[in-house]
Design a protein around this ligand. Structure first.
Ligand SMILES: [Zn+2]
Length: 254
């Protein structure tokens, strides 16, 4: 069954769905610099692929999975100095997500699943705050597998876990697997590795990619990216999101 994309349906078809057995999947990305070889919308590309792959898994379980348009505008202060990056305040991002959740709840959708592919700490914190607020309101359940948590990160690649996880092998592979037409291959293949951990840089108080030692807005090893690795990672991401949804459904039943 093809993935249902909510924005492509007339409202009448949405209203006719078995909404109590549905899951709304929200891809969350960013518009931010991703090296000289990947598009500004890299995180949106990855989040959309993750949501679509999870939707297929959930459909196979008899649920109605609806993929929402990606949330593309968010907080991206680490990349803010690079042309093309769009960065909003954390408070705006939290309000946006809370109000999207409230609207979906009002439409009778019981569960929102967040497919997040952007890891700027300001952004992740804004998401966590929104999820807590929606939880307190209790109008819609939220599945938010936070990939920055160690237990989930451990299911992803070595580069991701090393913290050199911006526009390198990890993200490059995912874009090669989902939108290869957007990768500047001639540039990517020649980029030297840049194995600097953003996680460590953040701990040291660095607040921009340039301060962290990434003057071209990439970290890790872009030249080592491959479509095969991207497909395997996409499968892992989809499984993580599916599990988070099933865990929320379990809680709703009891
Ligand atoms: Zn990214």
């Amino acid at each position: 069954m093809p993935v249902l994309r909510m924005a492509e349906l007339p409202w009448t078809e949405l209203a006719a769905l078995e909404r109590e057995r549905s899951v709304a999947l929200l891809p969350v990305g960013a518009i931010e610099a991703h090296g000289p070889h990947l598009p500004l919308g890299t995180d949106c590309v990855i989040a959309e692929a993750m949501a679509a792959a999870a939707a297929e898994r959930l459909d196979r379980r008899g649920l109605t999975a609806l993929v929402l348009p990606a949330l593309a505008y968010t907080a991206a202060p680490f990349a803010a100095a690079f042309p093309g990056t769009v960065s909003l305040s954390a408070a705006t991002v939290t309000a946006l997500l809370v109000e999207v959740g409230q609207s979906l709840a009002a439409a009778g959708l019981p569960l929102l699943a967040i497919a997040n592919a952007h890891f700027d700490p300001t952004h992740v914190h804004a998401l966590r705050t929104a999820v807590e607020e929606l939880g307190r309101e209790g109008k819609i359940a939220v599945a938010f597998p936070d990939l920055t948590r160690r237990a989930l990160a451990a299911r992803l690649t070595d580069e991701f876990q090393s913290g050199a996880c911006h526009a390198g092998r990890y993200e490059g592979s995912l874009v090669l697997a989902s939108r290869p037409d957007l990768v500047r291959e001639d540039v990517r293949r020649k980029l030297p590795p840049h194995p600097i951990s953003l996680t460590a840089a953040m701990r040291e108080g660095k607040t921009t990619f340039a301060e962290a030692g990434g003057p071209e807005a990439y970290f890790g090893d872009p030249a080592a990216a491959s479509r095969e690795e991207g497909e395997a990672t996409l499968d892992a991401l989809a499984a993580i999101l599916e599990e988070a949804v099933l865990a929320e459904l379990d809680k709703m039943r009891f």
